[in-house]
Structure formats: structure tokens, C-alpha cells
Design a protein around this ligand. Sequence first.
Ligand code: GLP
Length: 260
Amino acid sequence: MRVLILPDARAGGRAVADIVARVVQEAGSAGERPVLGLATGSSPLPAYRELIRRHRTEGLSFAGVEAYLLDEYVGLPAAHPQAYRQVIRRELTDALDIDPSAVHGPDGTHPDPATAAAEYERALTKAGPVAVQLLGIGTNGHIGFNEPGSSLRSPTRVTTLTERTRSDNARFFRSLAAVPRRVITQGLETICRAEHLVLIAAGAAKADAVAAAVEGPLTASCPASVLQWHPRATVVLDEPAAAGLRHGEHYRYAAALDLG
Ligand code: GLP
């Protein structure tokens, strides 16, 4: 696992944008259609702003890209501003030259969410592997919407949010009562099929979850710890999010040598 501790979230955004841009450019010059795994939430926003900037000012093109979202609320109308397919359009893809029909997410409006989850798993298997999967982390260590207790081998499925996640996400809704209880999420095994996992975290509220994910045991109690098991995982942190790490000095030293 590569751990990058950067001075602030903007620097983190640039580091993540470098990873994504390289994949997009290399696939583009090989005539391939790269598959990107996108995350919602506030953590990836600096990276998205930087990618939009590079698209506008440096000609970075997303024309052939296929994008797959991690997760979706069950039961929100498709046009709801917090439906993740709306969020990703607003925060990223509407500002890029990506074909809107190439942006995919689980169908949270399907009358049978379990069927929608199984269809999404099949679609991902067919389109994959995802070249880079971006991830945020919940304060309880969740990735996607895989809450503590999620099987490390879970597929895309319907699951139930913890009350902690509902209250963390209530800031995006009118009230806590408006936050859905059920979601469809890529499973931990689904996520781990991506070639490169890139987890982004900023702020002191994430420090405990980051420490558990990076240096704690590999356990379903901290779903993000599954990154320890992945052959290619990068964790991009700002200083406050890295504050709970025991081996922070070594990560800084190793990253400085990589860059040198
Ligand atoms: C939500 C999303 C996750 C995200 C997490 C953290 O629950 N489903 O994918 O990583 O929140 O969100 P934020 O980045 O806003 O802290």
C-alpha cells in the first residue's frame, strides 16, 4: 500500500488527478476505452475540480471513458439532487467530454432493488476491469456503502445503512428522516477487482477510520482495511486525516524517495 500524506486536500486532488489522467491518456493513445470507478461524497471533489481544470485548460479528454459509480440510494427519484447519478453529473461528468450514456450507476429506482444490484454486478463484470477505483471512507471505515460487518467477499447488493452513516450524510438532505435507509453498493469483492484502488481522505474526522484501515487488522469490522489485501492500493491523505498513523514518518520518507 502506498500512503501519500500531502499538505492539504488540494494537493491530494492533484495527486489523484495525476493517477486518473495517466490512465485516461495511456488508454486513449492505445485506442482503448478506459473504465473509471467514480465515488461520490466530498472527499473526491478536489480531484474532480482538478480533472475539470485539466480538461478545460490542458485538453485532457474523457471522450472514450466508461465510468461506473460505487453506490446509490434506494428509492430516491432519478432526478433527486442527492441521487448519486445526479451528484456525479453535477460535480464532474457534465463538465467533461464524456458521453453521458457512458456514466453508469446502480438503478436505485428499480422496483426490485436486488435485481438492479445483480444487473449492475453483471454489467461491471462485462465492462471491467475498472482501471482506477476512487474511494472515500466513512467515519466508521465504510467504503462505497459497505458498512462494518460487510463480507470481505461481498458482491454488489442491497444493504442497510448504519444510523451513523445516515447522520453523517444528513447534511446533504433536508433532515435526517429524509436520508434513505437502503442502498445498493458495489461489494468489497467487486471493488477489489479494480486494478488500482485510490482512497482519498481529508480532515480530522477521518483520522481514526484511516488509522484502522491502513494499520489495523484486515477485518470486516473496518471494510476499508480490505485495501491492505489489494495488490495496488494508494491512500491519499491530508495531515489531519493522517494524524492517527503510527508509521507516518516512514510513509513520508518512502514517498519522498519515490518522487526523488
Ligand atoms: C458516503 C458514500 C461513500 C463516501 C462516504 C464519505 O457514505 N457512499 O462512498 O466515501 O460517504 O463521504 P465524504 O467523502 O463526504 O466524507
